[in-house]
Design a protein around this ligand. Structure first.
Ligand code: T46
Length: 135
């Protein structure tokens, strides 16, 4: 499994840093939704699901967290700890976010609007779903 990490180019000057993210330039899809999570309680594991269609880029703009990516065959863990780094989470990919620092702010750029029907929340169902696609 290939993990696609993005390193965004800051527009830095003596005042500090600024990062601009544009759809189809920095983010490889049309951005239909942006959401973020913060004040995440210690020890919490978020996610634990896959998406049938949704593609996303996760950026921990403050603090740090880990993202587990699982394509059903292989698992990889990505540490997000820089505001200029992002990780691409494709559809048909199980994801879990954990080890949030108390100051973590995780921003997500999403290719689709919120749709509960796009979620696969059961791991066995996920494995069956991707098995059907592979055939
Ligand atoms: C994902 C990972 C990375 C909404 O009403 N609209 C939204 O756009 C989202 C994302 C969530 N919600 C509601 C649904 C739940 O009542 O917010 C609540 C928490 O959502 P959820 O438990 O799905 O959050 P996570 O952190 O487990 O997962 C989220 C995204 O839902 C998911 O698509 O890939 O972050």
């Amino acid at each position: 499994m290939q993990v696609v990490k993005y390193v965004f180019q800051p527009h830095g000057d003596e005042r500090g840093q600024l990062i601009a993210l544009e759809e189809f330039v920095d983010i490889p899809f049309k951005i239909k939704r942006v959401y973020y999570m913060y004040d995440t309680a210690q020890g919490v594991v978020r996610g634990k699901h896959a998406h049938k269609c949704l593609k996303q880029i996760l950026v921990c703009i403050h603090g740090s967290c880990k993202v587990l990516l699982d394509d059903g065959k292989e698992k990889k863990v990505v540490l997000l700890e820089r505001p200029y780094e992002g990780v691409y989470v494709a559809n048909n990919m199980w994801r879990e976010m954990y080890d949030f620092s108390s100051d973590a702010v995780l921003v997500v750029f999403a290719s689709e609007l919120y749709d509960e029907a796009d979620y696969i929340r059961d791991y066995d169902e996920f494995l069956n779903f991707i098995k059907d696609i592979d055939q």
